[in-house]
Design a protein around this ligand. Structure first.
Ligand SMILES: Nc1ncnc2c1ncn2[C@@H]1O[C@H](COP(=O)(O)OP(=O)(O)OP(=O)(O)O)[C@@H](O)[C@H]1O
Length: 492
């Protein structure tokens, strides 16, 4: 009975404006269903509401009940039950299917207890309470936003504000803004984000969800990992609650499904998802999918799905470039109260850890733990080097002249080609001489070999650079510091 009422509310919420739902439908509550008479009794708390419901909703609820109980002769009765009144006792078949303690509080915030439509999965149990909560209430109402959040499994911290944008995710970020602007538009549906692990796909997906909820553009939102979707589906078969499962997903406004590659070889899950996909897209309900690869490259996923994934907008997130890695580290450090991450220390970490953002976060946590243990608030290159000793020894290769040229070019924000060019403006000549100096200091190469690697320069040019930097270093504290950072970075 409870399930029926939930699905009934859900169906009505699709058809009626939120104000009407709140004022007239949510105050109603099911009393019971008499199987012998085919009588569905529903309580209304006031005569006005009783009358209104009778006039306006009888036919539709009757239709829904006939489908649900699979009989054409259902009669709907609205009974006046004032808030402090105990509903009349039920007997026989009625009692068997009635709610244990009807009437249900019409606007109920807490998850439903008792019947668990999706087996033991708390993920979906909370969701199944959705129709009973004021999901369709006004979005100005923070409580209602709260409910939407609770049911959605969206992480409120993963927002656009906390996402650093750089070359590698610029396009994905711009496309996301379009979706927030006009969710469900066919050109962007589905929105398919792919890229390797730890690059911010999930973050972006949550950011869109957060923005759409805040903008009041979606009511029924769900973030789910593909593997969890699979488990919930299996559970629904086991517990004979598949219809609930299906109804719930098919009623969503926004579905965020993470790591779709987990559907690999799960044919029944793929089939069910295909139907869900078709339903949502046909109704202009937005679907966002992440994956470790682009649609056509997905292994063991049916063609009819991958071709549909390709039919909306597909974007790639690439590994962040050095500047972005530094920016991410500085931003993440700002979020940790009471610590200061020096820019050169961020550069040091970013230079060594290139593959993904999760790795950068891990490194920063390690440094924080190390610094905390030693009572240090400022993270210098030395602190980072010490804290990340184990991590860096794995990722660190031998120092080469190419590596020195690249590191120095990155540090002074010039192109690496300038290391071989003949151009001599000071902002280029100086870093080039520094790179030559470091090549002599940190590698076994001879002066002529180094000259060759710097665009075929004479060994005397290299010697001049080495002498010049050696002297300048002694006199110029700032230069000495920069060289120190570069040395630490290169040595790891
Ligand atoms: N551009 C970014 N700005 C700020 N934080 C980021 C950025 N990219 C990723 N992150 C952070 O890095 C961590 C990993 O990101 P996320 O989980 O979104 O990666 P993913 O691409 O979904 O990885 P996986 O494929 O392994 O699920 C998260 O904590 C996320 O907040």
């Amino acid at each position: 009975m409870k399930e029926f009422w939930q699905s009934c509310i859900q169906a009505l919420a699709q058809e009626l404006p939120p104000e009407q739902m709140k004022a007239w439908v949510l105050p109603l509550a099911p009393l019971g269903f008499d199987e012998e008479l085919g009588e569905l009794r529903i309580s209304a708390p006031t005569p006005i509401k009783q009358n209104w419901a009778k006039t306006n909703y009888t036919a539709r609820i009757q239709e829904l009940a006939s489908q649900w109980f699979n009989r054409p002769d259902v009669k709907v009765m609205f009974q006046l039950v004032r808030a402090n009144q105990v509903p009349p006792a039920m007997s026989g078949a009625t009692a068997a299917v009635a709610l244990a303690s009807a009437p249900v509080a019409p606007v109920q915030a807490a998850p439903v207890t008792g019947t668990q439509p999706f087996g033991t999965s708390p993920e979906v149990i909370i969701e199944s309470a959705a129709p009973n909560v004021p999901a369709t209430a006004s979005f100005g109402n923070t409580e209602s936003e709260d409910f939407i959040y609770k049911r959605s499994h969206i992480n409120p911290n993963l927002t656009f504000e906390s996402l650093v944008v750089g070359r590698s995710n610029q396009l994905a970020n711009a496309a996301s803004a379009q979706i927030v602007d006009k969710p469900g538009v066919s050109a962007y549906n589905p929105f398919f984000i792919y890229g390797s692990t730890g690059l911010g796909k999930t973050h972006l997906m949550h950011a869109i969800g957060n923005a759409l909820i805040k903008a009041g553009k979606v009511n029924r939102v769900r973030y789910i990992h593909a593997d969890q979707y699979y488990s919930d589906l299996v559970k629904s078969f086991r517990t004979s609650t598949f219809d609930e499962f299906k109804r719930y997903y098919h009623s969503l406004d926004l579905l965020l499904i993470d790591d779709i590659q987990f559907f690999r070889k799960k044919d029944r899950t793929q089939e069910e998802f295909f139907y869900l996909y078709e339903t949502m897209v046909a109704q202009n309900k937005q679907i966002i999918i992440t994956s470790d690869t682009y649609p056509r490259e997905l292994q063991d996923i049916s063609n009819r799905l991958t071709s549909r994934f390709d039919s909306g907008l597909t974007v790639h997130i690439e590994p962040p470039e050095l500047e972005m890695r530094v920016a991410i580290l500085l931003r993440k450090a700002e979020e940790k109260p009471g610590i200061i991450l020096k820019e050169e220390a961020a550069f040091f970490i970013a230079k060594h850890l290139r593959s993904n953002v999760r790795e950068l976060e891990g490194a920063l946590s390690k440094v924080s733990a190390y610094a905390g243990f030693h009572g240090l608030k400022t993270f210098t290159v030395e602190v980072c080097k010490e804290a990340l000793k184990d991590l860096l020894s794995v990722s660190n290769g031998q120092i080469t002249v190419e590596n020195i040229q690249k590191t120095v070019a990155d540090f002074y924000k010039i192109k690496v080609q300038e290391m071989y060019s003949k151009r001599r403006p000071a902002n280029i000549a100086m870093p080039r001489q520094i790179a030559m100096y470091l090549a002599k200091e940190l590698t076994q190469k001879s002066l002529p070999e180094i000259g060759d690697l710097f665009g075929g320069r004479d060994h005397t040019t290299v010697l001049h650079a080495v002498r010049k930097i050696t002297e300048a270093r002694v006199k110029n504290a700032e230069l000495n510091h920069q060289l120190h950072v570069l040395e630490q970075t290169l040595k790891g």
